[in-house]
Design a protein. Sequence first.
Length: 334
Amino acid sequence: MDATFPALLIRDQVQGSERVDFIRMDEADLMPGDVEVAVHYSSLNYKDALGITGSGRVLRRSPIVGGIDAAGEVIASSDTRFKPGDPVLVTGAGLGEYHHGGFAGRIRVPADWVVPLPAGMDCRQAMILGTAGLTTALILKRFQENQQLPEMGPILVTGASGGVGALTISLLAAQGYEVVGLTGKPEMAPWLRSLGASEVLDRHGLSMGFRPLETARWGGAVDVLGGEVLGWLARTVDDWGNIVVVGLAGGADLRTTVMPFILRGVSLLGVTSANCPLPMRGPLWERLGSDWAIPHLDSILSEEATLSQLPEFSRRMLAGRTWGRILVNPRADT
Ligand SMILES: NC(=O)c1ccc[n+]([C@@H]2O[C@H](COP(=O)([O-])OP(=O)(O)OC[C@H]3O[C@@H](n4cnc5c(N)ncnc54)[C@H](OP(=O)(O)O)[C@@H]3O)[C@@H](O)[C@H]2O)c1
């Protein structure tokens, strides 16, 4: 029996076609850890796309097997919390950044990174969620903790057609919030409405104004873009509203004045799924498998990729030409 498995290796010092290699590894090539997992599915996240293409400095070791997400079955464990056959998942925490990641047939990781799959959730569903799903749960948690109530008005979600955007629209709508999507793909409006958006705005037709405060339109917001859109959100969120700051797909800058914070009591709340405290992860995944289950998972899955397709998918993702979530089957190329 062949004991090797496929993997996507990234050499961070190299740019161009030599940057990514498709190799076969065996157990001895894996990094130290307590739990070895046969990976059934991974997923493609924005951070993976930055690492694969070399467009952003996200890798902290080289060469490294990419993939910040993995779900599969435990093969071996030296930690008593896990036994062979257990279905589990790992997201972030260093996976695919400084520890060989989920774009491989197997991973070996510290036991504290491993989360049991919630009852009723399979590996495929777990990876349609992946890092984007955990982020969506963190967004709702931050909103609830900082008193973002549905009656405060609509929540604007930017990058609406992307992974985090689509999952967030579906979850917040299911939890009783009115949700408005902002997208650069107006042709996706019917799909975004089917996920629960009450209205869909075209990012290209947006008039953002320039005053320190513009007319308040939003009860709160979730932003994956950063840059000038985040500045506009700060000017247009209503009294005591929260803006959860998630990403930088539109830029890393933030220009604002203090006016939204001292005259409207607006709060900027951060989330970092990769550094989500390990003890918080299991309970959040349990909620994603129960009362925070996302109703439209099947229609949020857009495409499935093999390892060898990932460079092309990554380029499309960074150009804003993908939508929803992309599932990765790390064994399909073998
Ligand atoms: N803080 C965290 O814990 C955390 C976790 C996950 C992701 N993130 C970050 O959140 C962002 C989105 O992640 P994702 O997984 O949802 O990525 P994604 O699936 O690629 O979605 C990003 C969406 O943003 C919009 N977009 C893309 N490029 C753009 C550009 N140049 N200018 C303006 N809009 C653009 C597009 O949506 P429309 O066409 O609909 O506008 C795109 O679908 C990334 O920056 C990622 O690193 C952060």
